[in-house]
Design a protein around this ligand. Structure first.
Ligand code: COS
Length: 381
């Protein structure tokens, strides 16, 4: 076991760090203020191979390890969380299509996604099916050589902006997970439209949109995997997504901590820098300690995914611990800056608003604890 990054890993981290400092950090505040989705930055990320991170090179991807991916997401999230989340979702689609799609489907979509020509979105949740994802009711009825989709999907990251939607819908009536199948729906398909754009606490530059299917017919060749395999495709894709969210949380927490540390050393009160007070020293020490623990857990979960060792549980642990930590660290960073932290002159209030959702999306942290407990104890339902 060794704890240092190798040369290739350090190079990837440094490349993305430079990219973030030049292309993301300087704009993060205005994107947040103006709800701007920076599509142009995605095109630039494609140039660095970041749009096909878990996609084989023969389909235009860069096939990084999950650990290298974690380094990428951490660096991007130091600049702005929303763009890192949008990229993670896109890569979840690109990687899942490369993994579960057949050759014809890979040829059709994967290279164009990996090269950034197309943007991807993932759609599992509905108004009545959030944590209980298997109860989803959007229908996909087989009629001749088409599936006809009817129903609404909620909380779709990249919704409205994406070209390719990986949609879980019920091809067999009932509530069972085995009745769900996975489909690609392309943006301009008749019967497919967009509903409301959510007005969120944070993550303003990442659009979250409702999808509406009204007798939307898609060819049978758009089904990914077998009938009834959709829930497993969705959840195993989310294993990777959850590690990415853990890495993103580490990046946000690190950036908030760096701002708080610098501020505490400069800000003078009672004739001393506020960092000289033990109350703040202990706070900063706890923040640093928990960030480091999160980072190690994320790296371990990424390694488990790379080596296919009980990744489901480690992904849940990394996502849960790192996002709980990031919420605590960003909240404490605002506290360290005091009034200055509560206003938009510093980025910590945005980080705190943004990172709250990481305890909620891609499975709430309560669901992550259920996944962990089931892995440890078995399913006792
Ligand atoms: N990878 C592959 N397969 C998985 C899996 C995973 N990570 N997790 C579960 N499955 C499989 C199970 O093995 C089971 O298959 P079998 O019937 O062949 O054994 C099937 O899927 C159903 O699993 P389970 O019985 O555990 O389903 P539950 O309805 O109890 O739900 C939870 C499991 C609650 C963990 C799941 O619904 C969940 O993660 N909910 C959160 C949803 C979420 O993350 N939404 C965010 C969307 S993106 S914003």
């Amino acid at each position: 076991m060794q704890f240092d990054l190798n040369e290739e890993q350090s190079d990837i981290r440094d490349m993305v760090r430079r990219f973030t400092e030049q292309e993301i950090t300087p704009h993060a505040e205005s994107w947040d203020e103006n709800y701007h989705f920076p599509r142009e930055v995605y095109t630039k990320m494609a140039g660095l191979g970041l749009m096909g991170m878990t996609t084989p090179e023969e389909y235009g991807g860069s096939m990084l390890s999950r650990l290298e991916g974690a380094l990428v997401y951490e660096e991007l999230a130091k600049g702005e969380m929303a763009t890192a989340v949008g990229l993670s979702v896109h890569n979840m689609i690109t990687g899942s299509l490369a993994r579960f799609g057949n050759e014809e489907q890979r040829q059709r979509w994967v290279a164009r996604l990996a090269m950034g020509e197309l943007l991807g979105a993932f759609s599992l949740s509905e108004s009545g099916a959030g944590s209980d994802a298997a109860s989803l009711q959007c229908r996909a009825e087989l009629q001749n050589d088409s599936y006809v989709l009817n129903g609404n999907k909620l909380w779709v990251t990249n919704g409205g902006e994406a070209d390719i939607y990986l949609v879980m819908a019920r091809s067999k009536p009932g509530k069972a997970a085995g009745g769900i199948s996975c489909f690609v729906v392309e943006k301009d398909t008749p019967g497919f439209s967009f509903g409301k754009t959510e007005r969120k606490m944070g993550l303003h530059s990442s659009p979250t949109r409702e999808l509406i299917f009204d007798n939307c017919a898609i060819p049978i060749t758009n089904r990914i995997g077998e009938e009834g395999q959709g829930f497993k495709i969705a959840l195993s894709s989310l294993d990777g997504g959850r590690v990415n969210i853990g890495a993103i949380a580490v990046g946000v927490a690190q950036a908030a901590f760096d701002t708080a540390r610098q501020y505490a050393r400069q800000r003078q009160q009672f004739g001393r820098p506020i960092a000289a007070f033990q109350g703040l020293q202990f706070l900063l020490a706890d923040m640093a300690m928990k960030i480091e623990a999160s980072r190690l857990l994320v790296y371990e979960a990424a390694y488990k995914l790379d080596t296919e060792q009980n990744a489901r549980m480690y992904a849940a642990m990394a996502k849960c611990f790192a996002t709980d930590t990031a919420m605590e660290v960003t909240t404490n960073a605002v506290q360290v800056l005091g009034g200055a932290g509560y206003v938009r002159d510093y980025p910590v209030e945005r980080m705190m608003r943004d990172v709250k959702v990481a305890q909620i999306f891609e499975g709430t942290n309560q669901i992550q604890r259920i996944v962990i407990a089931r892995a440890l104890l078995g399913d006792l339902k």
